[in-house]
Design a protein around this ligand. Structure first.
Ligand SMILES: [Cu+2]
Length: 367
C-alpha cells in the first residue's frame, strides 16, 4: 500500500509543481513563438502519458497485490491489446513530431528580404561579419585564416573588402523587426549558436555553412551561448547580442571597421602587444581554468613567476623552466609532468606565432 501512496503522491506532486513552479521560458525575443508551441505540445502529451502510466501502475499494484488464494492467469499474447497500444502510441508520436516538421521548414526557409550575418565559432569565442555597403558577404575559407584575418575573408574577393568585422568584442548587434539570416561556420570542432530568448539554435560544423533565420521582436541584450560541449573552455564561450532600433543599429554598424580597413592597418590584431595576444589566447584556450596567475593551487602549476623557476618532475629530475620547456609542455604536455600533478592536460595545436604570444604572456614580457 505504501508504494501505491508514493506513486499517487508523485503524480499529484508533479502536476502541482508544473502549475505553481516559477520555472518557465524567458520572454521570447523573436518571431519563433511556434517553437514554444511545439515544445508545450510535447510537454502536454508526455505529461498526460506520464500521469496515465504511473496511475495505472499504482492501480495494478493495488488490485493485483499478493493474495495466497489467487492464481495468476497465463496469457503470453493479447493481439487486440497490442493493436490498440500500437495505434495509440503511433498517433501520439505523430501528433508530437509532425508539427515540428512544419516549424522546421519555416525555420530554414529564409525570406527574400532577410539581411545576412556571418557567425564564426571557435574554441572558445565568437566572431561576426556583416556585409558592407554592397549588401553582399565576400567569400571566405579556412585557407585565408591567419592571426590578422581570423574570419578567413578572401582577400581577393571585391565583395569582401567592405565586409564589417567584429573579431574581438564577441558582441553582435541586430536591428528590430527585420528578418536576418544567420550563417554559421566553425573553425575547429562542433559548436552550437544558441540565444535562449530567440528560441533558435543550430550546430556549427567545420567545413560547412549552416543557417537559419529569425526576426528580433524585443529590444535588449541577450546572451549567446555555445550549446555543444566543445572542449574544456566550453563554459566560457559566451557572447552577447544587442537588439536595437534601426537607427542605433546603423550608427553602431558604421563605427565598425571594414575588412579592407582592418587589413590595411595590419590586421585584427594590429596594435595589440604580444603580451596581450598571449593573454587573449590564454583566456580563449581555457589555460587559465587550470593555471592560476596569482600563485594559488590549481589543476596545473601556477604561472606566477614560472619563467626561470626550478621544478621537480614526476621522475625526480629537476628542470629550470625556459622557453623550450614551455613550448614542449604546450605541444606535448605529458612529456615532462611536474611532480604532484596529474597528466591531465590535452596537447594544444598552436601555431608558432601563437606559441610565441602565449610564452610572452607567461614570462610577463611587454606588459
Ligand atoms: Cu563551442
Amino acid at each position: 500500500m505504501a508504494v501505491v501512496i508514493v506513486l499517487v503522491l508523485l503524480v499529484v506532486g508533479s502536476v502541482i509543481f508544473t502549475f505553481v513552479s516559477p520555472y518557465w521560458f524567458t520572454p521570447i525575443a523573436s518571431n519563433w513563438g511556434t517553437i514554444d508551441d511545439i515544445l508545450i505540445l510535447t510537454f502536454i502529451l508526455t505529461g498526460i502519458v506520464f500521469v496515465l502510466v504511473v496511475l495505472f501502475m499504482a492501480w495494478a499494484i493495488h488490485k493485483y497485490r499478493y493474495d495466497k488464494n489467487r492464481r495468476s492467469a497465463y496469457e503470453p499474447e493479447n493481439n487486440k491489446l497490442e493493436w490498440w497500444l500500437t495505434i495509440l502510441t503511433s498517433i501520439a508520436v505523430i501528433a508530437m513530431l509532425a508539427p515540428g516538421l512544419v516549424v522546421w521548414n519555416d525555420f530554414i526557409t529564409v525570406p527574400e528580404d532577410a539581411h545576412e550575418v556571418d557567425v564564426l565559432g571557435q574554441q572558445w569565442h565568437w566572431a561576426f561579419r556583416y556585409p558592407g555597403e554592397d549588401g553582399v558577404l565576400g567569400t571566405s575559407g579556412v585557407q585565408h585564416i591567419t592571426f590578422a584575418n581570423p574570419l578567413g575573408v578572401n582577400p581577393d574577393d571585391p565583395n569582401g573588402q567592405d565586409d564589417i568585422l567584429i573579431a574581438t568584442s564577441q558582441v553582435m548587434h541586430l536591428p528590430m523587426d527585420r528578418p536576418v539570416k544567420i550563417l554559421l561556420r566553425s573553425k575547429d570542432v562542433l559548436h552550437d549558436f544558441y540565444v535562449p530568448q530567440f528560441r533558435a539554435k543550430m550546430d556549427m560544423i567545420p567545413g560547412q555553412v549552416s543557417y537559419f533565420w529569425l526576426t528580433p521582436i524585443r529590444e535588449g541584450t541577450f546572451e549567446i551561448l555555445c550549446a555543444e560541449l566543445c572542449g574544456v573552455g566550453h563554459y566560457q564561450m559566451r557572447g552577447k547580442v544587442v537588439v536595437e532600433d534601426e537607427a542605433s543599429y546603423q550608427t553602431w554598424l558604421t563605427t565598425q571597421p571594414t575588412f579592407a580597413e582592418t587589413m590595411s592597418s595590419g590586421g585584427v590584431d594590429a596594435g595589440v602587444s604580444l603580451f596581450d595576444r598571449g593573454r587573449l589566447l590564454a583566456e580563449g584556450q581555457g589555460c587559465l581554468s587550470c593555471h592560476s596567475l596569482d600563485g594559488s593551487a590549481g589543476v596545473g602549476p601556477t604561472w606566477q613567476n614560472i619563467f626561470g623557476r626550478s621544478e621537480t618532475m614526476a621522475d625526480g629530475s629537476v628542470i629550470v623552466v625556459d622557453e623550450a620547456y614551455l613550448r614542449e609542455s604546450i605541444i606535448n604536455p605529458n612529456a615532462k609532468v611536474v611532480e604532484g600533478f596529474d597528466p591531465f592536460m590535452p596537447p594544444y595545436d598552436l601555431t608558432d606565432e601563437e606559441l610565441e604570444a602565449i610564452i610572452a604572456f607567461m614570462r610577463g614580457e611587454g606588459e
